[in-house]
Design a binder for this molecule. Structure first.
Ligand SMILES: Nc1nc2c(ncn2[C@@H]2O[C@H](COP(=O)(O)OP(=O)(O)OP(=O)(O)O)[C@@H](O)[C@H]2O)c(=O)[nH]1
Ligand SMILES: [Mg+2]
Length: 343
C-alpha cells in the first residue's frame, strides 16, 4: 500500500519578510495562528511545521541581521540534510520558497549570493508586493532578472492575496518534478491539490481581477490628467512611463515579474499609435480621450495576458486591445476625472 504523497515546502528568508504570513495565506483558516506572525521582533524560532492534507510547510526562523549567508544557509540546510538522512522519500524537501521583501531598500549582496546558488527546487518570492514603489518595482525586477529566469520569480502579497495562484502553479511544477513518483500517484496528488485549493483559487482569481480593473481605471484617469498639461505634442514620455507602471503593477497582481521583453511587447501594442495618434490630434481636448483610451486598452489587454498565465497570442492580445479601445471611447474621461477629484 503506497502512502499518499504530500509536498514538503521549505520557507526561508530574512527575518520579517513575511514567511509565516505567506504560509497563513496559502492554507485554510486555522492552520497558522495569528500569534505566529509578529510586527515588531523576530518571531519564528527554529522550524515550525504546518501540515495540511496536501502539503507540509516548514516555516523557518528568519536570517537575522549580523548573521552571514553561510551561517543561515547551514541552519536551513541542516534541516534539509536531516530529512535526506531519514532515507524516506516522503520526508524530503520538494520545493523551497526563498522570500525577499519587495518593499525593502534594495537587493543585498547576501540575497544575491544565495539566489545564485539556488537549485531548481527553489522559487524566489518577492513578498509585500503591495508596498512596492514604482522605481523599486522596475529596478528590483531588472536586477533579479540577471540572477535567475524570470519564471522563477513570483510577486506576492499575503495581505492583499495577490500572486498566490501563480505561486501555487509554480510550486506544483517544482514539487512534482522532485516528488518523482509513478504517474498514477502523481495524478492522485494533483487531484487532492486541486480539491484543497479550488475555493481559494476562485477567491484569489476574482480578487485579482477586481484589483486589476481598479488599477486600469486609475492609470487611464492618470493618463487623462497628464494629457491635460499642455506639453509639446511629441512628448509622450510621461504617458509611456504611466503605462509602464500600470503594466508592472498588473503583472504583480497576478504574481508575474514583468521583464523588459514582456513590457515592450505589451506597451508595443499601442507604442507607435500613442505618439502617432497624439501628434495627429491638433486639438488639445482630443488628447485626453486618446491618452486615456490607449492606456485603458493596453491595461485590459495586459490584464487578459497575465490572467491567461501569459499564454495569449499576439493576435488575441490585439483583439483584446481593440475591443477595449472601443469600450473606452464610450467613457467620458473628463467627467471621470472630476468624479475622482470629488471623492
Ligand atoms: N504590507 C504587507 N505586510 C505584510 C505582508 N506579509 C507580511 N506582512 C507583515 O510583515 C510582518 C512580518 O510578518 P511575518 O509573517 O511574521 O514574517 P516572518 O518572515 O515569518 O518573520 P520571522 O518569523 O521573524 O522571520 C508582519 O507585520 C506582517 O503583518 C504583505 O503581504 N504585505
Ligand atoms: Mg515567521
Amino acid at each position: 500500500m503506497s502512502q499518499k504523497i504530500t509536498a514538503n515546502i521549505l520557507v526561508c528568508g530574512k527575518s520579517g519578510v513575511g514567511k509565516t504570513s505567506l504560509v497563513q495565506a496559502m492554507t485554510l483558516p486555522g492552520t497558522v495562528p495569528d500569534e505566529a506572525i509578529s510586527d515588531s521582533r523576530p518571531c519564528t524560532q527554529g522550524f515550525d511545521l504546518y501540515q495540511t492534507e496536501v502539503a507540509n510547510f516548514i516555516d523557518c526562523q528568519g536570517m537575522e541581521p549580523g548573521q552571514t549567508v553561510e551561517q543561515y544557509c547551514s541552519t536551513v540546510m541542516g534541516e534539509v540534510v536531516q530529512r535526506l538522512d531519514s532515507d524516506k522519500s516522503e520526508n524530503l524537501v520538494h520545493a523551497i520558497w526563498y522570500c525577499l521583501n519587495g518593499s525593502g531598500a534594495r537587493l543585498q549582496s547576501a540575497d544575491a549570493k544565495l539566489i545564485r546558488q539556488f537549485s531548481e527546487k527553489a522559487l524566489l518570492i518577492v513578498s509585500k508586493a503591495d508596498l512596492m514603489r514604482k522605481e523599486q518595482t522596475e529596478s528590483l525586477l531588472a536586477e533579479l532578472g540577471t540572477l535567475l529566469p524570470v519564471e522563477r520569480i513570483i510577486l506576492v502579497s499575503s495581505m492583499e492575496k495577490t500572486g498566490l495562484a501563480n505561486l501555487l502553479d509554480e510550486t506544483q511544477k517544482v514539487a512534482e518534478t522532485s516528488i518523482d513518483q509513478a504517474e498514477e500517484e502523481l495524478n492522485a496528488f494533483r487531484l487532492r491539490w486541486e480539491e484543497y485549493y479550488s475555493s481559494m483559487r476562485q477567491l484569489w482569481r476574482s480578487g485579482a481581477d477586481a484589483a486589476a480593473d481598479e488599477l486600469i481605471t486609475w492609470a487611464a484617469g492618470r493618463a487623462a490628467a497628464i494629457a491635460i498639461i499642455p506639453l509639446p505634442l511629441a512628448d509622450v514620455g510621461p504617458l509611456v512611463a504611466n503605462e509602464a507602471y500600470m503594466i508592472y503593477k498588473l503583472g504583480a497582481v497576478y504574481g508575474y515579474a514583468v521583464d523588459k521583453t514582456v513590457l515592450t511587447m505589451l506597451a508595443g501594442m499601442a507604442g507607435g499609435s500613442m505618439a502617432g495618434k497624439l501628434a495627429a490630434s491638433f486639438l488639445p481636448f482630443l488628447k485626453i480621450p486618446i491618452a486615456a483610451g490607449i492606456t485603458y486598452a493596453v491595461g485590459k489587454a495586459a490584464k487578459a495576458y497575465f490572467a491567461s498565465g501569459m499564454s495569449l497570442s499576439k493576435e488575441e492580445l490585439r483583439r483584446e486591445f481593440l475591443n477595449a479601445e472601443k469600450e473606452a471611447k464610450k467613457t467620458d474621461w473628463k467627467q471621470k476625472m472630476q468624479e475622482e477629484e470629488e471623492e
